[in-house]
Design a protein around this ligand. Structure first.
Ligand code: TXD
Length: 308
């Protein structure tokens, strides 16, 4: 392949994203983790499926950043999950340390890369990655909106007993309880969902979407979602590598758009080979705009608290 993607963190999301990238022949992949042997073992297991699956992209596992040199995209999934006794703030500072370290190590070898951050708390970690890297903000992007929108799309399809691929829907804002589902911009093959579903059902779907991550955690008990998160990450990787210019909700640095400044927040953007090709500013209602601003305010507060 003439493209190279580094995936940092060979856990559930990172490895599944790596697998999807090579199976689609999008790029050669380097999977890196601090745990010795684990990324090597997972990469070997994936490449041994190549004869059966029929892909020709390569994948290696490593603990050494030199192997990541010249990457076009760096996907960051490294992080810790909250452990018993750990406050949300402890987790925030612990993951901030990890993000700082992996950004500094990886950009040494890939100065022109586009960084996609997946680690939680998403918008805060993405803003930190941009600051630490010093990269222009169009090259540091967070993944969350595609996942939240995919869940929203699926729940709408389920309620209407129709194909999920027919449903287009949008969730904006930060990746957390304050995310903002946008029923006004949600359609089934062009038909607004308000024509197809009663208001109380739409509100119930909005709420289920906001709790989509927690619903999976409650079922899995040991870990969080990774199939839909990895698929969503790879949609970004593909739009960038193939210069598709897809319009996708991503966490990006806002400077003036939506009356917000110097804060990462989920909004629709066009993703091209350049990274963020452009930010799309929708004409929001007063309520939609205030929900988006409230969501961004939580991100800004947390960024200000970071001990980095
Ligand atoms: O929508 C979204 N953005 C998200 C975010 C959707 C799903 C998961 N989301 C977050 O992604 C989740 O809350 C975590 O912060 C990350 C990764 O989730 P995953 O489920 O993959 O976590 P794992 O399986 O625990 O994997 C994390 C890996 C693990 O192998 C660690 O050894 C590794 O990260 N790790 C590191 N790798 C490299 N370098 C350093 N410093 C490091 N520290 C930990």
């Amino acid at each position: 392949m003439d493209k190279k993607v580094t995936v940092i963190g060979a856990g559930n999301v990172g490895t599944t994203a790596a697998q999807r990238i090579v199976e689609k022949n999008l790029a050669d992949v380097v999977l890196i983790d601090v745990v010795e042997g684990m990324p090597q073992g997972k990469a070997l297991d994936i490449i041994e499926s190549a004869p059966v699956e029929g892909f020709s992209a390569s994948i290696i596992g490593t603990n050494n950043y030199e192997d990541t040199a010249g990457s076009d995209i760096i996907v960051i999934t490294a992080g810790l999950a909250r452990k018993p006794g750990m406050t949300r703030e402890d987790l925030l500072n612990k993951n901030a340390e990890i993000i700082k370290g992996v950004v500094q190590n990886s950009i040494k070898y890939s100065k022109d890369a586009i960084i996609i951050v997946v680690t939680n708390p998403l918008d805060i970690m993405t803003q930190l990655a941009q600051k630490v890297s010093g990269f222009p903000s169009h090259r540091v992007i967070g993944m969350a909106g595609i996942l939240d929108s995919a869940r929203y799309r699926y729940f709408i399809a389920e309620a209407l007993n129709t194909s999920p691929s027919q449903v287009q829907a949008m969730v904006l804002g930060g990746h957390g309880d304050s995310m903002v589902p946008m029923p006004r911009f949600s359609t089934v093959n062009g038909i607004p969902i308000s024509e197809l579903l009663p208001a109380d059902k739409i509100e119930a779907i909005n709420n289920r979407t906001r709790n989509g991550g927690a619903e999976i955690v409650a079922l899995l008990k040991t870990g969080s979602a990774y199939y839909a998160p990895s698929a969503s990450t790879v949609e970004m990787v593909q739009s960038i590598l193939l210069n598709e210019n897809k319009i996708l909700p991503c966490s990006v640095l806002l400077n003036g758009q939506y009356q917000l400044n110097n804060v990462y927040c989920g909004v629709p953007v066009r993703l091209s080979a350049k990274g963020v090709e452009s930010i799309i500013e929708l004409d929001l209602t007063k309520d939609e705009l205030s929900a988006l601003k409230a969501s961004a305010a939580i991100v800004a507060e947390n960024v200000a608290q970071l001990k980095i």
